[in-house]
Design a protein around this ligand. Structure first.
Ligand SMILES: Cc1ncc(COP(=O)(O)O)c(C=O)c1O
Length: 469
């Protein structure tokens, strides 16, 4: 490791007092991994007999689509999950970037209780009190925080929202809207463009723009007319060839979640957006995982120049803190091409889901909350930056993502799964991402102390892995 690099890192971690640095197991002048968590405290092999028999029984009936450790969570509060034997885990997965306000949040629980005692569902045939409120909140907060090309000083351009029940359905609807818009220009303007490593969901349309053979191959043939470009390839000629006059829609994650927490370079997204405008293609940003304040701003694209902002934004995961919901936020000019009967859903936009959404957005957009989240993200960033320096044989010299969507990139693709297992057996839950990364997507209410614990466990586990290598 070069001396200047170490110096930079020492500076980056300087915010800690010597006492706190000491508890973390390293001296500020010398970087050492935290070795406080070498022994497993939560071995997967310790499973209560009643849980084991429940797993055996339920496996008979549940379709076999997931590989799961023998863990059954019965309670959650904040970032803590409690399993059937009473063991507590620190959850850095947030139910795959969902429970932004933490598990079993009191405010969310109150809304669920109050709203469900009044009315949960009456269908989209009628109006309800909350769908429009949530749509208004999403449009006006986007205008305020930046995104969708909306200006905070002029209401000339507006946005409209369609509510779905999941992220996949939000993308499915967005692709349909792009097709419908394309057809207002020309009957054969139907092509769709997506990018390598993308994950947009598992329904036929969303799967068709998720170019991963593992997910696509069993279900081929998929929908025709999809082209796959190279994520972050700034070659202008290639972008021109990829997105042409026949393209109606381009779908892209500004930060790829499932694909490995790779971040779209702003320069590349500007070129893609420019080309979309040239040929009249609808630009869709899938912010289902990185959006709604996880990246540090409301949208990962909030601070992009207006020209690089999309025509449609899709969202889901944290919008109702775990209650199923998705949404498609559409520029008014594109929304104008959609008329009654063209799209719909039974559950989407029901009063219970959207009442929770209004509460969640008001909490997440609170300036005091955002300030504190930013400061915790910075703390986590300082801790993550240590890793490639401490473990250069295991890790790539890069840190992925921003805010509270972060990736630790491994040189050897067999290692991310091993880190997830080792950390779980020490009471910290993590996710893999793509082929080479471990993903950290904690609830946005995570504290500095919780970051210290999770990163301490990660350092201990990486130390064990480095020793073995
Ligand atoms: C970026 C992105 N798009 C779409 C989806 C699909 O969302 P859902 O699982 O809610 O259908 C996901 C889920 O992980 C995602 O991360």
């Amino acid at each position: 490791m070069s001396a200047p690099r170490l110096l930079r890192l020492t500076r980056a971690t300087r915010g800690f007092t010597p006492a706190r640095a000491f508890t973390r197991g390293y001296a500020t002048s010398e970087l050492k991994p935290n070795l406080s968590y070498l022994e497993p405290t939560h071995p997967d092999s310790v499973v209560p007999a009643s849980t084991q028999s429940l797993i055996t029984d339920h496996s008979e009936y549940l379709l076999n689509t997931y590989v799961r450790p023998p863990l059954l969570f019965t309670h959650g509060k904040g970032l803590t999950l409690t399993d059937s034997s009473g063991r507590q885990y620190l959850d850095f997965t947030a139910g795959i970037a969902v429970t932004a306000l933490g598990h079993s949040d009191d405010g969310v629980n109150k809304i669920i209780s109050e709203q469900s005692s009044k009315i949960s569902h009456a269908s989209n045939i009628y109006w309800n009190e909350w769908a429009g409120e949530l749509a208004k909140s999403l449009v006006e907060k986007t205008r305020q925080h930046g995104g969708l090309g909306l200006s905070s000083t002029s209401k000339k351009e507006g946005g409209k929202v369609f509510f779905s029940n999941s992220g996949t359905e939000a993308n499915e609807g967005a692709l349909k809207f792009a097709r419908a818009y394309g057809k207002t220009i020309s009957e054969d303007k139907t092509g769709i463009v997506c990018f390598t490593n993308a994950f947009h969901g598992r329904s036929m349309g969303a799967l068709s723009v998720t170019p991963n053979p593992k997910y696509q191959a069993p279900f081929a043939p998929l929908i025709p007319g999809v082209r796959v470009g190279e994520y972050n390839d700034t070659n202008v000629e290639k972008i021109k060839e990829l997105i042409d006059e026949k393209t109606c829609g381009v779908i892209v994650e500004p930060i790829q979640g499932e694909g490995g927490v790779g971040e779209g370079k702003r320069e590349w997204l500007e070129l893609v957006a420019k080309r979309c405008r040239e040929v009249g293609a609808v630009l869709i940003y899938d912010e289902i995982q990185c959006g709604l304040f996880r990246s540090g701003t409301m949208w990962a694209h909030s601070e992009f120049p207006l020209e690089a902002q999309p025509d449609i934004v899709t969202m889901a995961k944290p919008l109702s803190n775990g209650f199923p919901i998705g949404a498609i936020l559409v520029r008014s000019s594109i929304a104008a091409t959609i008329s009654p009967g063209m799209h719909g859903t039974t559950f989407g936009g029901q009063p219970l889901a959207t009442a929770i959404g209004v509460h969640v957005i008001s909490r997440l957009s609170d300036p005091t909350f955002l300030k504190s989240m930013k400061s915790v993200s910075k703390h986590l960033d300082d801790l993550i930056k240590r890793l490639p320096v401490l473990f250069p044989t295991l890790l790539k010299d890069e840190i992925r993502g921003r805010g509270l969507i972060r990736g630790i990139a491994f040189k050897d693709e067999t290692k991310p799964g091993e880190l997830v297992r080792l950390a779980r057996e020490r009471g910290v839950l993590l996710l893999t991402a793509g082929k080479d990364a471990v993903r950290l997507v904690p609830a946005l209410v995570v504290t500095e102390e919780e970051c210290d614990k999770a990163m301490g466990v990660i350092e201990s586990c990486l130390h064990l892995m480095a020793e073995k290598a």
